[in-house]
Design a protein around this ligand. Structure first.
Ligand code: GTP
Length: 191
C-alpha cells in the first residue's frame, strides 16, 4: 500500500451503454472523448489512475485497464474491481459519462473524506455515488453485498460509515454532476 496521502482515480467504464448505442466513454464533446474529460479532471488530484472496462477500447489511453471480477453486477461490481486493484486507501470513483466534473469539485470532495468509509456528494439532496470517495478497506464488505445481490448503490452505501457532502452548499451546481446517457443528450450538448 502507498502512503496515506495518495489517491487513486478509478474510472468506471464497464457498463453496457445500451441507451447511447455505442461505448459512451468514447462519445465526443468539444473535440474530446467523455472519458478523456473525466481523466483530465482526475489527473491533478490523483497520483494513480485506473480504468475498469470489459473491452480494450480504452487501452489507447495508456493507463491500466482492468475488467470486472464480477460481471453484470452494475456499478457496484465496477467499484469492487477498482478498489481491489487500487494500491491506495483513498479512491475517487468516477463514471466515464460525467464529462463536466472538475478538479475543483474533486479536490473539495477529497478534503471531506477523512474519517468516513464513503463520502457521496449531493445536489439538492440527490446523491452522486458515481462521483464519490471510497476507502479501499470497505472492499470485503462490498464483495459481500455483491454476492448477496445488494446492487442498488444507495442501499449499498447506507451499509457503510458514510457522509453525504452537499456540494451545492459548497457552491457547485448540478451541471458538474450531469451524466450523458443517450444519443439525444449527446447531440443536445454538441449543439
Ligand atoms: N466496471 C463497470 N462499470 C459499470 C457497470 N455498469 C455500469 N458501469 C458504469 O457506471 C456508470 C453508470 O452506468 P449506467 O449509465 O447506469 O449504465 P450503463 O450500463 O453504462 O448504460 P445503460 O446500458 O445505458 O444503462 C458508467 O460509467 C458505466 O460505465 C459494470 O457492470 N461494470
Amino acid at each position: 500500500m502507498k502512503s496515506g496521502s495518495e489517491t487513486t482515480g478509478i474510472v468506471l467504464a464497464g457498463g453496457k451503454s445500451s441507451r447511447m448505442g455505442f461505448e459512451k466513454g468514447l462519445a465526443e464533446i468539444q473535440g474530446k472523448k467523455m472519458i478523456e474529460w473525466v481523466i483530465q479532471a482526475l489527473q491533478p488530484v490523483c497520483q494513480h489512475l485506473i480504468v475498469i472496462s470489459n473491452t480494450n477500447v480504452y487501452d489507447y489511453l495508456g493507463i491500466p485497464v482492468y475488467s470486472d471480477i464480477y460481471t453484470d453486477t452494475g456499478p457496484l461490481g465496477g467499484i469492487y474491481t477498482g478498489l481491489k486493484h487500487s494500491i491506495t486507501s483513498s479512491n475517487l470513483m468516477l463514471a466515464c459519462d460525467m464529462p463536466f466534473i472538475s478538479s475543483q469539485v474533486l479536490q473539495q470532495l477529497l478534503l471531506e473524506a477523512a474519517g468516513y468509509e464513503i463520502v457521496v456528494p449531493s445536489i439538492h439532496g440527490q446523491w452522486h455515488p458515481l462521483c464519490a470517495h471510497y476507502n479501499k478497506q470497505i472492499n470485503i464488505k462490498v464483495e459481500e453485498l455483491i454476492t448477496t445481490k445488494v446492487w442498488k448503490m444507495q442501499e449499498a452505501i447506507r451499509r457503510f460509515h458514510f457522509k453525504e457532502w452537499p456540494a451545492d452548499k459548497a457552491g457547485f451546481d448540478a451541471r458538474f454532476f450531469a451524466n450523458i446517457n443517450t444519443f439525444a443528450e449527446l447531440q443536445q450538448i454538441q449543439k
